[in-house]
Ligand binder design. Structure first.
Ligand code: NAP
Ligand code: G4F
Length: 362
């Protein structure tokens, strides 16, 4: 089979040529993956991983003129876009019927916890009911019995919320603290229910926070690494944040998508916690990000505003991923310090390039 796995984003044209060189026979032998949330952080990492493993990758894209489509075409020319929306069951059935996937990765969601407090019904519909719709679509297309389609659901450590035990495992009871967390609990439970009721191969990964250069600017890690870079470059004076005391178990998204894939390669479907087992405060994140650009007096650049505090907070997350490590053989490779280094370096380069471009175009 042709080798299309070596390209980088800057080699987009070469990869398009390479991809087109697959024969129909070669494509027929490739496993097929259908990914919702392909335009998001995890979708991009997963697309890369699946492509490197020889999958044909189909990515569901919502909307009539999705602004992220340009980025997808440029950076992931091997991903076949398929229209659809998690709010619309017929669109999911149509998409799966067309793709006939071996594996479905349901990553699509309203994923920003703060937004979920303001748009709770939308969050329940997409992040919660969207999972039920996807399970139904898999059943309708793959068949009520001996369904060959394997499905991964993106569950979240946010479900643990006001944690009942530390560290959190697959057995820790849920106590969600946001509409997002409540929607994820429904999604998680309905996956278990369809697995037990209909014998479907459906798994949930209870993933703790994972980040990287592709993280959206609305999340605290990227907001902070980007602000540190911009302050260093003289493009910004301060960063305004909320609660600096909460603790998160942060890992690297590139490591976490490997666990998603591994879950769908097992003999039996199951649910797994995916975490580093190390926790840090938001203040640690700020201090280390500013230190990375050579600023030690970070307090002079950080202001707190009540508008960034949440009606109910998740104070402490730290996961025990022993099951994933022993059964899947999964290990995180990037630690917190390396993660911050990677994100700050990316933001320094990105912001400097944007600044140069603005100067050139006057
Ligand atoms: P993300 O960057 O916010 O991406 C979310 C994706 O969902 C985007 O591609 C978005 O599409 C899509 N989406 C939103 N509404 C949709 C709809 N109505 N129909 C179909 N797709 C829709 O999130 P992420 O960080 O990659 O996370 C991926 C999944 O893992 C999410 O389900 C998230 O809740 C879950 N999770 C994430 C973490 C984490 O730390 N990153 C931890 C645990 C669980 P558009 O681009 O078109 O808006
Ligand atoms: O970066 P965050 O918005 O992530 P959060 O709420 O932990 O959710 C992320 O991880 C979940 C897994 O546990 C995912 F399921 C979910 O989809 C998402 O990817 O906030 C992290 C912490 C919170 O305690 C928040 O209160 O940072 C605190 N924070 C303080 N100032 C802030 C800010 N968060 C944001 N987004 N912006 C701030 O200015």
């Amino acid at each position: 089979m042709s080798d299309c796995t070596g390209g980088r984003a800057s080699d987009a044209d070469r990869r398009v040529d390479c991809w087109a060189s697959f024969t129909n026979y070669e494509r027929a032998l490739m496993p097929r993956a259908f990914v919702t949330g392909i335009t998001g952080q995890d979708g991009q990492h997963l697309a890369e991983l699946l492509h490197s493993k020889g999958y044909e990758v189909f990515g569901m894209v919502k909307g009539q003129n999705n602004p992220r489509m340009h980025m997808m075409r440029d950076e992931f020319p091997y991903v076949e876009p398929v229209p659809g929306d998690l709010a619309d069951l017929p669109s999911l059935v149509k998409a799966l019927d067309m793709v006939q996937p071996d594996e479905v990765y349901n990553l699509g969601a309203i994923s920003f916890v703060a937004l979920s407090f303001n748009q709770a019904e939308l969050t329940a519909n997409i992040t919660g009911l969207g999972v039920l719709r996807m399970l139904e679509a898999v059943r309708m297309v793959g068949g009520a019995e001996n369904n060959p389609i394997r499905m991964y659901q993106a569950s979240s450590s946010e479900m643990f919320g006001k944690v009942r035990e530390t560290p959190q495992t697959e057995m820790t009871p849920f106590h969600p603290r946001s509409p997002y967390g409540c929607a994820k609990v429904f999604g998680h439970d309905i996956v278990v229910n369809y697995r037990e009721s209909y014998g479907m191969y459906a798994c949930s990964g209870i993933l703790f926070n994972h980040e990287g250069p592709r993280r959206g600017m609305e999340f605290v890690t990227r907001k902070v690494t980007n602000a540190a870079a911009r302050i260093k470059l003289g493009l910004q004076n301060e960063v305004v944040l909320g609660n600096l005391d909460s603790k998160r178990d942060w890992g690297y998204a590139g490591d976490y998508v490997k666990a998603m894939w591994l879950m769908l390669q097992q003999d039996e479907p199951d649910d797994y916690v995916v975490a580093t087992g190390v926790t840090h405060t938001i203040e640690d994140l700020v201090r280390m990000s500013f230190a990375e650009v050579g600023i030690d007096n970070w307090q002079d650049y950080v202001r707190q505003d009540p508008k960034y505090f949440r009606p109910a907070e998740v104070d402490l997350l730290i996961g025990d991923s022993t099951k994933a490590r022993t059964k899947l053989g999964w290990e995180p490779e990037v630690d917190f310090a390396q993660l911050i280094k990677m994100m700050v370096a990316n933001d320094l380069e990105l912001e400097a390039a944007r600044h140069r471009q603005r100067q050139i175009s006057g």
